[in-house]
Design a protein around this ligand. Structure first.
Ligand code: MTE
Length: 299
């Protein structure tokens, strides 16, 4: 399979969840009979997405509180229309890009990705979105650009968690330019062919499937092309525990827990933990980005 991270679905196949699962079963049937073992079996297995409820009721979005149910409880207060994204820095066409104008230019497709939080839980999520590379091309990336910096909305009247100052708001993330331009890197605007709910980062959020979930910044209002490595929120908060690269790596433990295994949300209280995959299962696609880097060191 040339494009293992995609499948044959497009936005033209608008589907309710039930029809979606039927189609997945057909696809899984086609893959049946392939005998694999251990972690390689996990890497090759057909991805069985989590339910809409799992994906939208168990979230991290500290702008709405630190509890896993806080985002689903409080994120409806966020106004997402109108919405614009400022793209500035080392670009040919800096400016405020209206979300609707962006969507008119982008090709939205479905990507079923593993999602691995640094806290050692995981899900499989059927995102709808477009490649970040296409959005950056709209603005025209200049030659000197090396990094991309992302910022979430700051609006404490609607985001109640921002009234607490344990994070220096707004939430910030960053990618190296080659990571940002990689075809696996998307801006998600939907889940299960529905608009992305507020608690998951409406109206658009980053998804970088081979990195820990905290890199996938939500509700983005600003994107800056720069020649300096941005200081991301979690690295700023606790640099001994959270890095800039934050690539999923089962062999490098978090200082306070192992990263070798993960608990898939929705599996029930007694479901066995599953092995975590190098680069979250996307090693074939992304390992070349890190040639020459010592991946056993904490990045
Ligand atoms: N983006 C913002 N703005 N604020 C956050 O608190 N949490 C991150 C990431 N993006 C976060 C964020 C973390 S820690 C994770 S694991 C994922 O969002 C969770 O995404 P999900 O709730 O859609 O599963």
């Amino acid at each position: 399979m040339a494009h293992r991270w995609t499948n044959d679905l497009t936005r033209n196949d608008a589907t309710p969840e039930a029809a979606f699962f039927n189609r997945r079963q057909v696809m899984m049937g086609a893959a049946a009979g392939v005998a694999l073992t251990g972690t390689s079996a996990r890497a090759e297995e057909a991805l069985e997405p989590n339910s809409w409820e799992d994906i939208t009721q168990y979230n991290n979005f500290y702008e709405f509180g630190t509890g896993k149910e806080d985002p689903a409880t409080y994120a409806s207060a966020l106004t997402t229309e109108p919405w614009s994204v400022t793209i500035d820095g080392l670009v040919d066409r800096p400016g405020d890009y209206d979300f609707k104008d962006i969507m008119a230019e982008m090709t939205v497709e479905e990507r079923i990705y593993r999602f691995r939080c640094v806290e050692a839980w995981s899900m499989v999520i059927p995102w709808n979105g477009f490649e970040l590379a296409d959005l950056l091309a709209m603005a025209g990336v200049q030659n000197q650009a090396r990094y991309v910096r992302f910022e979430t909305l700051y609006r404490p009247e609607e985001m109640r968690g921002q009234n607490s100052s344990f994070i220096d708001w707004p939430y910030v993330e960053g990618l190296r330019l080659d990571e940002a331009l990689h075809p696996l890197t998307i801006m998600a605007t939907g889940i299960y062919d529905r608009p992305i709910p507020n608690q998951n980062g409406a109206p658009l959020r980053l998804v970088v499937p081979w990195k820990y979930g905290f890199k996938s910044i939500k509700s983005i209002v600003k994107i800056t092309l720069t020649d300096e490595q941005p200081v991301n929120t979690w690295k700023q908060l606790q640099a001994s525990e959270y890095g800039f690269f934050a690539n999923v790596n089962p062999e490098v433990d978090h200082p306070r827990w192992s990263q070798a295994t993960e608990r898939k949300i929705g599996g029930g209280l007694f479901s066995p933990r599953q092995p975590t995959l190098m680069f979250n299962g996307y090693e074939e696609e992304v390992a070349s980005l890190y040639e020459g880097m010592d991946l056993t060191r904490f990045y």
